[in-house]
Design a protein. Structure first.
Length: 163
């Protein structure tokens, strides 16, 4: 039997981040304060304390999160001392969002700057180990313009990336 249940999927796009965090309740509050996310709902685990599933809206997109469950192999970036993923947000006012995130407890990894690819851009790490890049588009560039700017950047920054 085939079902076409699509109610409520309009907020889900082709890819939806599903974050594992240590202390999901605190993470939800951080994402609300830092990025203006809205909590849609949460489900508690059988222990009555851990969050086994929560959904939040950030702009026009949902993202999901839950607490670590080490016994199931569900570990946050804090367990690995880092992450291989950066979540990227395009926002109308990067300076305001960046400042809110830092005020809420995010660590600055790359200060905001006007970058060669046409964005005002910076990178943060949230208190739960996830990396976030935040940007506002300043100028639309053609692929040719972007490649020329990248070449100029590379010529000026032979020591990049610095340790």
């Amino acid at each position: 039997m085939t079902h076409n249940a699509t109610h409520g999927l309009e907020d889900f796009h082709t890819i939806t981040p599903h974050l594992i965090v240590r202390d999901a309740a605190r993470a939800i509050e951080f994402y609300k304060r830092a990025f203006g996310a809205a909590e849609l709902y949460r489900n508690l685990a059988p222990d009555g304390k851990s969050i086994m599933h929560a959904e939040l809206m950030l702009g026009n997109s949902r993202f999901l999160l839950h607490d670590e469950f080490p016994e199931q192999g569900a570990l946050s970036p804090l367990a690995y001392q880092g992450t291989a993923v950066t979540l990227h947000l395009y926002v109308a006012d990067v300076d305001a969002v960046y400042a809110s995130a830092v005020e809420a407890g995010a660590e600055v990894l790359m200060p905001l700057e006007d970058c060669f690819w046409g964005d005002r851009y910076g990178i943060l790490r949230d208190p739960f180990g996830h990396r976030w890049s935040v940007a506002t588009r300043l100028k639309d560039l053609s692929p040719h313009e972007l490649q020329a700017r990248a070449g100029a950047f590379n010529a000026e920054h032979q020591d990049w990336p610095q340790k």
